[in-house]
Ligand binder design. Structure first.
Ligand code: GAL
Ligand code: CA
Length: 347
């Protein structure tokens, strides 16, 4: 029985190959070759997100192996839903989706299911119940809490090495928190675990401010401007859920007379993007946590490519899927001492 099915498949395969060859013979020779490349539809939640531009670049590096259709969802979930419909109508064989809203996975899964297409979510983690609801859905990202823990460790070590940073000498860190997008698993976990880690190390904290800067540099600067006007030197630490907001805060601090004449403010971020590495090297930023754009982008491509060809998503790759159907690329704490690790990851 099994053999008979295989025989039929083999014949079907021959017929299909025959068709492809025929097309190639009658026209441009390249057509047959490009026909072998799977078509993959990719959405990015918004192109003007600093970190995501590096993930996109890492995906697009593989453009020779597949026909990639990459679109900018412009931070609009309704727009992304329409883009997914269009990608499906264009005949993509796999979807790689950076959701706008992490809660919107079920709507995308419904579309993928109706078209019997595999879908690889990345960066904005869907809920486990959504991922488990469809056998052809997977996730590529990180273990969010790890970034918070590592950021907390950087804060602890730096604080212990610099008793003078406790400007009011009360033994507590008076901090401000620049939060990413509310409800985003990375933002929630980083906000919680950075502080939990500091407290676990026996250092008391006092939160002066916590607001969302939506991962954005301009918003980070605006918030820092307002907080400096309100609290001035009472602020002893700036903790940002990502580097873009940390860089905005540093701009504000520089404009407000910090980093000269003995005036200093410790700032930490996450991502370790090249602009942040420059600030760390020059001493304006205490540290960051490498969010490995290169490997995340590569994993997204590899899984989507395999799935598009009807293979198991991790077949023949270095990536490991957990029970949670996720490939999680590790974070790395980055300070002046190991900048080269992050530089490598953004090459
Ligand atoms: C995070 C990253 C942020 C932002 C966000 C977008 O992982 O640290 O900078 O890019 O993803 O979802
Ligand atoms: Ca203090």
């Amino acid at each position: 029985m099994k053999r008979k099915v295989l025989a039929i498949l083999a014949v079907a395969g021959l017929v299909l190959t025959g068709c492809g060859g025929g097309t190639g013979g009658s026209g441009s020779g390249g057509e047959g070759a490009s026909g072998d490349k799977p078509k993959i539809g990719v959405t990015i939640y918004k192109y003007d997100d600093n970190f995501m531009s590096f993930v996109r670049r890492a995906i697009e590096k593989n453009a020779d192996k597949a026909e990639l259709i990459v679109v900018d969802s412009q931070n609009d979930q309704a727009k992304q839903n329409e883009q997914v419909d269009t990608l499906i109508s264009k005949g993509v064989q796999a979807l790689a989706i950076n959701l706008v809203n992490p809660q919107a996975a079920s709507a995308i899964i419904a579309k993928a299911r109706a078209a019997n297409l595999p879908v690889i979510f990345f960066n904005k983690e869907p809920s486990q119940s959504d991922l488990q609801s469809y056998e052809k859905a997977w996730y590529v990202g990180t273990a969010s809490e790890e970034s918070g823990i590592m950021q907390g460790q950087i804060i602890v070590e730096a604080w212990k090495a610099h008793p003078e940073w406790d400007k009011n000498g009360d033994g507590k860190i008076q901090y401000v928190m620049l939060k990413g997008e509310p409800g985003h698993p990375d933002a929630e976990a980083r906000t919680k675990y950075s502080i939990d880690t500091v407290v676990k190390a026996g250092i008391q904290v006092e939160k002066l401010e916590e607001q969302t800067g939506m991962w954005d540099s301009v918003k980070g600067k605006e918030l820092m401007d307002a907080w400096l006007a309100k609290h001035g030197d009472k602020i002893e630490f700036v903790i940002a859920n990502n580097d873009a907001m940390a860089l905005g805060a540093i701009q504000s601090l520089k404009a407000n007379g910090y980093f000269r004449d003995g005036k200093f403010m410790p700032v930490v971020g996450v991502d370790a993007i090249p602009d942040a590495l420059t600030q760390i090297r020059e001493g304006y930023m205490v540290g960051s946590v490498l969010n490995d754009a290169k490997n995340q982008g590569q994993a997204v491509f590899d899984l989507a490519y395999n799935a598009a060809l009807g293979k198991h998503p991790t077949e023949g790759t270095q990536w490991k899927l957990g029970e949670d159907k996720a490939v999680r690329v590790p974070y790395v704490p980055i300070t002046k001492e190991n900048l080269h690790i992050a530089e490598e990851a953004y090459k």
